[in-house]
Design a protein around this ligand. Structure first.
Ligand SMILES: Nc1ncnc2c1ncn2[C@@H]1O[C@H](COP(=O)(O)OP(=O)(O)OP(=O)(O)O)[C@@H](O)[C@H]1O
Ligand SMILES: [Mg+2]
Length: 253
């Protein structure tokens, strides 16, 4: 089963076409890396999956995106509901300037039914999410401290943790380690590997070694087009398209 399928997806920013006829399947439960040179449309494609591009009035899209077998542009799909199922983590860790605790429960306070918003239910959700994000031991004694006091790695883990209480199916990660040092990067990668099918993860990375380490499948894009999609081993070691071969060999980009 595919968690995400796009068919003939095109996207324009005004007159500029950033995605060209992208037809893509993202396997459920797998980690898929999106690779390609700067400006090829990785972030744009990622942002289509939670309809966040629509906030930009200059954006126009055609084609279809199905998430868990439902067209996300159907009139009965609410972008807010969609964004609960499809969480997103950005390059710069951007927790809210409130406490660690409030960051994690923020989504529940907005979206959960009253019984899931009792103090006991929220406490439980906080421990569960922070544990899953590898942050519980670090912060369990200072949940009331402001999130901006955390180190970068911890902040990025908090940004992951705050998505989890909403029980997302899909996590979109746009260069989640770009601002982190080597050790922090390793720790985040370990977290992603450890999810073991719990989430479908689509991760944009410029780091070829990272794509190899964390992903099951890789997608290579160039100038808004999807050039190649396959197992990470195949894309890196036996690329079918010469443009993929040149990119993974570091000949450009
Ligand atoms: N808001 C925007 N308005 C106009 N053009 C945009 C906008 N966002 C992106 N673009 C253009 O669309 C193309 C794809 O951009 P995108 O950010 O998706 O690329 P990317 O592959 O994520 O690049 P990078 O690796 O540098 O992050 C680029 O040519 C970019 O300049
Ligand atoms: Mg980008």
């Amino acid at each position: 089963m595919n968690a995400i399928e796009t068919r003939g997806l095109n996207l324009w920013y005004g007159d500029f076409q950033a995605l060209r006829d992208v037809t893509l399947s993202v396997e459920q439960g797998a980690v898929t890396a999106l690779i390609g040179p700067s400006g090829c449309g990785k972030t744009t494609l990622l942002r289509c999956c939670n309809r966040i591009n629509e906030r930009n009035p200059a954006v126009r899209t055609t084609g279809e995106i199905r998430i868990l077998d439902k067209n996300i542009y159907d009139p009965d799909v609410s972008p807010l509901e969609l964004r609960k199922a499809v969480g997103m983590v950005f390059q710069r860790p951007n927790p809210l300037p409130v406490s660690i605790y409030e960051n994690v429960v923020f989504g529940l306070r907005l979206h959960a039914p009253p019984e899931a918003r009792t103090r006991a239910a929220l406490d439980l959700a906080v421990e569960k999410a922070l544990t899953e994000a590898g942050l519980w031991e670090d912060v369990k004694d200072k949940l009331g401290e402001t999130a901006t006091s955390l180190q970068l790695e911890q902040r990025q883990k908090l940004c992951i943790a705050r998505l989890l209480p909403l029980q997302p199916d899909i996590l979109l990660m746009d260069e989640p380690c770009a601002a982190l040092d080597v050790t922090a990067t390793e720790n985040i990668e370990q977290l992603i590997r450890g999810w073991q099918g719990a989430y479908t993860t689509l991760i944009v990375t410029h780091n070829m070694a990272q794509a190899r380490r964390v992903s099951d499948r890789s997608v290579f894009m160039l100038s808004g087009e999807l050039v190649e999609l396959g197992s990470t081993q195949q894309v890196f070691d036996e690329p079918k398209d010469p443009r993929t071969a040149d990119y993974v060999a570091g000949r450009y980009g």
